[in-house]
Ligand binder design. Structure first.
Ligand code: AMP
Length: 120
């Protein structure tokens, strides 16, 4: 397991050290707009706990944290009007996935027909 680096950009967002455009928040998660959107809707959902990736989240998070992250997907889809049209969720995890920020984040994409899953 990779050690958690509390200087990563999403840790700074959680501490309020840098701004974000908040979409949804509860006790366990924060959802905010991606600053480099890849679709008309592109939201990131992060747990408030210190988890590097989906690997250690699913190994170590409490049931309440895991449920909250999943329910947040539904809440974001609802807030963004995607429940009818559909959406894609994606969580890069580790080096091969090209995960750039070492704090677990779930991407929520929508607002257009998204096409095939992988580009390469
Ligand atoms: P990944 O490649 O899965 O690690 O995705 C990282 C995502 O974080 C990218 O889509 C970036 O555009 C996004 N990102 C990086 N910094 C910020 C920030 N300060 N606020 C919002 N999104 C960010």
């Amino acid at each position: 397991m990779t050690a958690y680096d509390d200087q990563n950009v999403f840790a700074k967002i959680l501490r309020g050290e840098i701004p974000c455009t908040r979409v949804y928040e509860d006790k366990y998660v924060l959802a905010f707009e991606d600053t480099n959107p890849q679709a008309p809707v592109h939201v990131l959902i992060i747990p408030k706990g210190e988890y590097v990736s989906m690997t250690d989240f699913t190994e170590l998070a409490t049931d309440a944290e895991i449920v909250a992250l999943n329910r947040a997907i539904l809440n974001v889809a609802d807030i963004k009007g995607l429940k009818g049209s559909g959406y894609r969720i994606l969580a890069n995890s580790g080096a091969d996935s090209h995960q750039e920020v070492p704090h677990l984040h779930v991407h929520v994409f929508g607002g257009r027909v998204l096409g095939p899953l992988l580009s390469e």
